[in-house]
Design a protein. Structure first.
Length: 256
């Protein structure tokens, strides 16, 4: 299962049924979970943990030192959850001490070709990053979000759960959960109705989120006024509460 031309550091821990293709390089202090398949010409640098049953395609580079002038060679990490798919030429960089020390990618994610995940990013579960999605440092992406091709996301921005970011968008502020955003600069275009229906959201949840969206983004209220009206006029189902909490926690500001 390990090709004769692959270079595996003796300190690397490789579990059962792992496949490593020709000319791949696995450096020290790496853990690769059972059943993971690594294609040819992949480079995995130290301090990387890869969960079981992942698929990593040719020329991916995982765990390189971050592209940060503040980085001083400290021991930082990359962690990738189980069943994630990482396609050709994806780059994932280690964290930094000032940013939490870890770049973390959750479970069941799909990173398409040429995606870049910079230092200290935190990606949830069931996230899709389409071709050439580019994540600056310290970005957080919630569960079940989709980021389209050629999207550039500014460092420290957040993408909420079940959000959909259309291709070629330039994201400079937070994208709230459950929304569609697109454009340069990215703007909201309503709820991600198709995605929410596919995810099994109830009709009542969609109704309450529509009311919330209208109050916050469509009738010209200030953010504080809108939140007060949402709390007074909209059923406080969990999805509405999470949306309001996301908005209140924003540091970069909310895409409107």
């Amino acid at each position: 299962m390990i090709h004769a031309t692959a270079l595996i550091d003796p300190k690397a821990e490789v579990e059962a049924n792992v496949e490593i293709g020709p000319y791949s390089v696995i450096k020290g202090d790496v853990f690769i979970g059972a059943g993971t398949r690594i294609g040819p010409h992949v480079v995995i640098d130290p301090y990387v943990t890869i969960g079981p049953n992942c698929q990593i395609y040719q020329y991916a580079a995982i765990g390189a030192v971050p592209q940060s002038l503040k980085f001083e060679g400290e021991k930082t990490y990359v962690k990738i959850g189980q069943r994630s798919i990482i396609r050709e030429f994806v780059t994932i960089h280690r964290g930094t001490a000032f940013g939490g020390g870890i770049t973390e990618i959750g479970e069941d994610n799909f990173l398409m070709a040429y995606t870049h995940v910079a230092h200290d990013c935190r990606i949830g579960n069931h996230v899709v990053l389409a071709n050439n999605a580019t994540l600056g440092g310290h970005i957080a992406i919630g569960n079940n979000a989709t980021v389209g091709g050629l999207v550039a996301i500014h460092q420290y921005a957040r993408i909420g759960e079940h959000a959909f970011v259309g291709g070629k968008a330039a994201v400079v502020k937070d994208i709230p959960p459950f929304m569609i955003a697109a454009g340069d600069r990215a703007r909201l275009h309503g709820l991600n109705i198709v995605g929410l229906k596919r995810a099994g959201f109830s009709p009542n949840a969609l109704t309450q989120l529509k009311k919330t969206y209208r109050l916050i983004f469509r009738i010209g209220l200030t953010l504080n006024e809108a939140i007060e009206r949402v709390q007074a006029e909209v059923e406080q189902i969990p999805e509405v509460v999470r949306l309001i909490e996301f908005i209140k926690a924003s540091q970069r500001g909310i895409t409107r």
